[in-house]
Design a protein around this ligand. Structure first.
Ligand code: G16
Ligand code: MG
Length: 220
């Protein structure tokens, strides 16, 4: 039986979540807003625009449209400056092994990311060729927790939603996978990702027997 595997990017395949955090933190500071690591959890997985809206909300600030656009651009430039030096060493533990396992068994693999920078990053870490489809921030209009990104990814790999397995590090992404009726697997802290069907600290904790059972599991 064929399952479709959908991977989030930031925080699942590579640890770019830390770069997003640094870039947003600096940008917020430049307009006199501070936010905590805890608040940062809410920025994970959501779009650039939604992220800035949240930060402004936290700081009780509103901005004219042109200033808003300028700040989004500034954040992205800062982020891009962090990712230029990325290479294979920034692939998170166990990722290459699981991609290898899945593709050897001929299950299709898709990316389902909110990022508009996903292709550059996958190229940088030399993982682009593993993916049968890329659905990212350039292809969707609704940010996670809306399931649009995962539903499009499922379609792109010709797999019904209830036969898809999603790996996610964000609360919004787990919610999106659940709404899409996919099996949701959290990668990270189980107290934060408690809505997921399963949670693992990282991919090195996911063993072959678990994957074999998962492949046989069906969501109604
Ligand atoms: C990622 C991050 C988010 C970021 C979003 C948009 O999503 O988790 O923090 O705001 O992409 O990224 P960009 O500004 O690069 O378009 P994901 O879904 O890959 O975790
Ligand atoms: Mg993520």
């Amino acid at each position: 039986k064929t399952k479709g595997f959908i991977f989030d990017l930031d925080g699942v395949i590579v640890d770019t979540a830390k770069y997003h955090y640094l870039a947003w933190k600096a940008l917020a500071k430049s307009i006199g807003i501070d936010f905590t690591v805890h608040q940062n959890e809410q920025l994970k997985g959501i779009s650039r625009e939604s992220s800035l809206n949240k930060i402004l909300e936290w700081g009780n600030k509103t901005l004219p449209k042109d200033k808003f656009m300028e700040l989004m651009k500034e954040k992205n430039n800062q982020y891009l400056s962090y990712i230029t030096t990325m290479d294979e060493n920034e692939i998170l533990p166990g990722v290459t092994q699981i991609l290898d396992y899945i593709s050897q068994r001929k299950h299709p693999i898709a990316l389902g990311s909110a990022s508009k920078n996903s292709k550059i990053i996958l190229q940088k870490v030399n993982l682009l060729d593993w993916f049968d489809a890329i659905v990212d921030g350039n292809n969707v209009t609704k940010a996670k927790p809306d399931p649009e990104v995962f539903l499009k990814a499922a379609k792109a790999i010709n797999t019904p939603a209830n036969q898809c397995i999603v790996f996610e590090d964000s609360v919004a992404g787990i919610q999106a996978a659940n709404v899409a009726n996919m099996i949701s697997i959290g990668i990270g802290d189980s107290t934060i990702l408690n809505e997921a069907d399963f949670v693992f600290k990282d991919f090195t904790e996911i063993h072959v027997d678990f994957l074999e059972r998962l492949i046989k599991t069906k969501k109604e």
